[in-house]
Design a protein around this ligand. Structure first.
Ligand SMILES: *Cc1c(COP(=O)(O)O)cnc(C)c1O
Length: 380
């Protein structure tokens, strides 16, 4: 059993997707075709922001957001220590310094206490200018935005919400990708909403940030004149074919997939709650289950569990095996900051197969395998 199964989704949506691709071939409108504009409107409507600007991938979306916010050399950008590398490398590539912040041990999202301490420490060191916070809605669950927004206001920092995994999540009726001053997502195939290649988007209510992103993704050109460049941008557009594929996929996501994956997660949690640490979804929050991530007591148990499940043909994955502050890419800026919860998470988490087309039998099979491992299958 694979951790994600894209074949099954394609089997359900094959007719719509094949026709969508054909229409782009018939129209030969590969760059910025009408499907791109339509998708942007639908995405903005769904998320509840005034603007959605698509781009080539989730990493570019972060670059666009950071550049639009004016992040530059000498700035500090606060990022969780436990996330995909792009969250931090996008800021680093622009010359800014990522400052690594610890996470909560239950939700794996950025700890607001650790964030405030990191900001205070940066201010007292006096070398960098705090500029922005990149919050990551990890595994599908939005961060604690009530607390983080208060801190952002207190220190005049922009919030860039990295919703690459969070698309479809919510707090109350407010959707993920609407919490930051600007938010990003990725349409990499296995993200909650995926296309058939690379893709990404930026969301905002701020007209200036929107204008900046629209300009930056096409070389920084001016609104009125295609060959007048007002700033230096780059080339980052969503292909029309990918936009055309995303339109029926977004429809299925809204109409059934998000509910389906939530019902699978609930079943897992019922089966597994007495055996392992199941994912925590705080009251009022909703996850889009980019991953269903359990936690065991130590690295050795995890190692044995992975092998046990593998022997039963069940694929699992460790997101993430390393904290960012220990990655070679960031050796030059290693901060003294300690992130014990992030380090523990790298040793203890394990993501199980989950996707909207999983059957009840499959959920039961994975859960039973985990229960039998703890009943008889491992040695201390
Ligand atoms: C996948 C991911 C990205 C990068 O998206 P790409 O489309 O692969 O460039 C950024 N941040 C997080 C948290 C991600 O999971």
């Amino acid at each position: 059993m694979k951790i994600k199964d894209l074949h099954r989704q394609y089997a359900h949506l094959k007719y719509e997707i094949d026709s969508a691709i054909s229409s782009v071939l018939d129209e030969q409108n590969f760059i910025q075709g009408s499907q791109v504009t339509l998708l942007e409107q639908q995405l903005a409507d769904y998320v509840g922001t005034a603007f959605c600007d698509t781009c080539a991938n989730g990493t570019d979306a972060l670059m666009l957001a950071l550049m639009a916010c004016g992040v530059q050399r000498g700035d500090a950008v606060f990022v969780p220590d436990f996330t995909f590398v792009a969250t931090a490398s996008s800021a680093y590539i622009l010359g800014a310094t990522p400052v690594f912040v610890d996470i909560y041990s239950d939700t794996y999202n950025m700890s607001s206490e650790s964030l405030e301490k990191a900001i205070e420490d940066t201010l007292s060191a006096g070398k960098l200018t705090p500029k922005a916070i990149i919050t990551v809605d990890l595994f599908g669950l939005p961060c604690d935005y009530a607390k983080i927004t208060t801190i952002a206001k207190k220190y005049h920092l922009k919030i860039i919400e990295d919703g690459a995994q969070g698309f479809g999540g919510a707090i109350g009726t407010k959707k993920a990708c609407s919490f930051g001053d600007i938010a990003t997502t990725s349409f990499f195939p296995v993200k909650p909403l995926g296309c058939y290649g690379d893709g990404g988007a930026v969301f905002t209510n701020d007209e200036h940030l929107h204008d900046m992103c629209v300009s930056l993704r096409v070389q920084g050109r001016s609104k009125s004149d295609k060959y007048e460049n007002i700033i230096c941008g780059f080339n980052s557009r969503l292909d029309t074919i990918q936009a055309a594929i995303l339109i029926p996929k977004l429809k299925a996501f809204k109409e059934k997939e998000l509910d389906a994956i939530n019902s699978i997660a609930t079943k897992y949690s019922v089966f597994l709650k007495d055996t392992v640490h199941i994912p925590v979804v705080p009251e009022g929050y909703a996850s889009s289950w980019s991953q269903y991530t359990i936690k065991v007591n130590n690295a050795e148990i995890r190692r044995q569990l992975i092998a046990y499940l593998y022997a039963k043909d069940i694929q699992t994955a460790v997101y993430y095996p390393r904290v960012l502050h220990e990655q070679g890419a960031f050796t030059a800026i290693q901060t003294a900051s300690e992130c014990p919860n992030a380090i523990n998470a790298t040793k203890e988490v394990l993501s199980l197969p989950i996707h909207p087309y999983m059957t009840d039998e499959e959920v039961f099979c994975v859960s039973e395998a985990i229960r039998s491992f703890f009943a008889e299958g491992y040695s201390e």
